[in-house]
Design a protein around this ligand. Sequence first.
Ligand code: FNR
Length: 348
Amino acid sequence: MTKTQTLFQSYDLQDTLKLKNRIVMAPLTRCMATDELVPTQAMADYYARRADAGLIISEATLVSQDGQGYPNAPGLYTEAQVAGWKKVTQAIHQNKGKIFAQIWHTGRVSHSIYHQGQVPMAPSAIRLEGRVPRTDDLEYETPRAMNLEDIERIKSNFVTAAKNAQRAGFDGIEIHGANGYLIDQFLHRDSNHRTDSYGGSIENMMRFLLEILTQVKAATPDLAIGLRLSPQAYANMKHDDRDKELYDVLLSRLNQYNLAYIHTGMFNDSHNEFLGGTVTQYIRKNYLGTVIASGGYSADDAVHAIENKYADLVAIGRPFIANHDYVTKIQEQKKLVEYDPEMLTSLY
Ligand code: FNR
């Protein structure tokens, strides 16, 4: 038995969803869709080359145009986008792979250049410090606080995107509740200063996410729903000690939602004083269902996490950009090409 054999055990994600191995391709924004945010044939080919992963999670995909914060990131709210994604899911299925759509709204991690001069919206009018990626060094702006109509509309956009994902042939969806984007902005003290029923108490701060889950579940009862979370603020968000209380409650509450999995949103999932372990270990401690680890995992780290039962599956990001044949290389113990950000300029 080779060292990495553990990664090649199959896994029943849900009754009808069997993964052929424990390796997940992490969601990776590539900004290669058309100007109408439609996935292309080149994207279908790129994903199809990686179909030997147990599960692919698509790059973050917009539920509505007002969620855009990057150029040429794909959407899932027009018929042309659904048709584009169909090509991707068919290519994956032809190669015997499985793919979930990660559905997304950036909230304040955006800029008025994407919204005809209007500032983006967020739970509260609190500016993110820093520069907007892939622009000419523009700074983030103070967003406008969402009103209750905005909240209702965005929730229904998540529902429509889930239905569209099902029509496009995805095997499931992952709701992007991580990395400082809109849902995460409701879950952290740094970005949620609301005083209405969507802020203040833990119950109120969780409401937006939990309502999305309930509504998506009701609209697509047969669709597998995963969720990515960042209990430790690390991207597009400032840390606040009070955040842990919320995640303690949220993770145990999520046990009632029959999710396909919870997925760690973290760049480097190392030991973390705040949570008393890695973020994945913390999720595992509080949540009873399937856990996907992510954040700087080598194949050996992945074996360690699975054998020690910290995680059931491990998502691999940057090495999958650098190695379309990541799974074969791990299986055959071949040397991996090292990731270089320069690789983001092409879609091999
Ligand atoms: C990412 N990551 C990311 N996460 C996410 O939830 N949705 C996304 O669309 C993206 N996009 C993205 C693009 C690029 C270029 C990078 C490098 C990362 C985070 C990614 O899924 C993963 O969590 C991290 O890269 C850490 O895992 P690795 O790369 O160390 O295996």
